[in-house]
Design a binder for this molecule. Sequence first.
Ligand code: SAH
Length: 481
Amino acid sequence: MDLFPLFLKLQGRACLVVGAGKVAEGKIESLVRCGASVRVVAPAATAGVRKTAENGRIVWEQRSFSPADLAGVFLVIAATPFPDLHEQIFQQARRDGILCNAVDEPERCDFYYPAVLRRGPLQIAVSTAGRAPLIAQRLRQELELQFGPEYGPWIEAAGQARDELMARNISPEKRREVLAELSSEHAFRNFRNGNAAPVHQESELAGGKVYFVGAGPGDPELLTRKAWKILGAAEVVLHDALVRSEILRLAPPAAVISDVGKRCGQKSIRQEEIHALLIGYAREGRIVVRLQGGDPLIFGRAGEEVTALRDAGIDFEIVPGVTAASAAAAAAGIPLTYRRLASKLIFLSAHRRHADHTAVKSTPAAETRAGKTAGNEVTDHWKSLPAADATLAIYMPGSDYGRLAHDLFKAGWAGDTPCLVVSQASTPHQSIARMDLGSLAHATALPAPALVIVGEVVTEAGIAIGREPADLAAEPVGTSK
Ligand code: SAH
């Protein structure tokens, strides 16, 4: 049997809720939000329901249900643990022509609660006729990603423009034409780009807080759902140089977006200045996103930044991302660990401009230790690496692969050890070159950002070995999406 979909106006209508537990509380809230005149009958109530009653938003009668309660009611919700009582309410409601919903009892429902996505005046409701509520929830979450918070103000603005248009004396054809333009994808994009209105009104995210968000390796589809949501509500975005513009575009047009990235060879913003910006914006009560390529906890400066926020008493949250090593391995179709070939995985940085970059894993403690190392000790750091049964994921390889290969030889890695260079993993410019360490020593660098993977796992890559340095420079082997 088909359900008839409709959106009801409940403003001022008498609605009765029988029961005042946790489940009832949610139903009461949704009725109140629509302006219904809500009466609740229940011997006991949750703190939330009591508070709503104290605030005068509903009337709570602290007693059991009696049949007289249904007099004059438009809609009733039965939310108690007693099926017999629900049956009594449902039968009486049916006789009196009152719409009834007994929670979780489809046979005693005239209507169901759909899963709803709200964006201001826009509501998208999903129903499975009570058959599979979890599927409805999942679809709602998918719609949430597709129709971001900016749809609320857009539809509001389009509505206003429509009202103005209707008041003008123009031909129906012209009016239709303008309305079609107002509703188009193109108009939506323009609105997004020029809209100065805050679009996080419906967000439950806290202001005055810093969100460390992993932007992933490049492909926006590799963002987590949480990263997506937080970016969509950001008021300030401080990002590093690796974050691609497709991802920055997910922030509201009105957000302050600032590149605080550190690039080799360029004068860059000092770390203390970044701390001051994070603290300053958070103290203004803004939703601050510290957006970093890959995972913010790997070769980022999250360690120092978190410490600075803690010292300043600023609230923060960390949202992990897909790190470059994972994306590079995925691009090449190889595992990073493999029972037969590598039981250890080491993330390291080859960047040697400052000794403190050569930390294995970027924990604050490791960086402090490495910070004390200098000169020859940098090479000692390489010597401490295992030379077998391990995979090295080398971040920031720089452009001097000869130097890198040399350090690995000194650390005991053989010239015929297979390795991969993956450039711009997960982006449309991705390229992959496979060779051995002997060839790496003479190879020309691939475009940054690139990552080098060293170890026997590389033999799992089903792509040809480039022996000559020229192969690597002229024709990177591998895929490009
Ligand atoms: N936090 C980041 C790493 C920052 S260090 C993460 O977790 O991925 C910067 C280095 O990451 C680059 O020099 C490069 O080695 C690597 N990198 C970042 N994005 C990459 C990509 N899309 N492809 C290959 N390497 C990448």
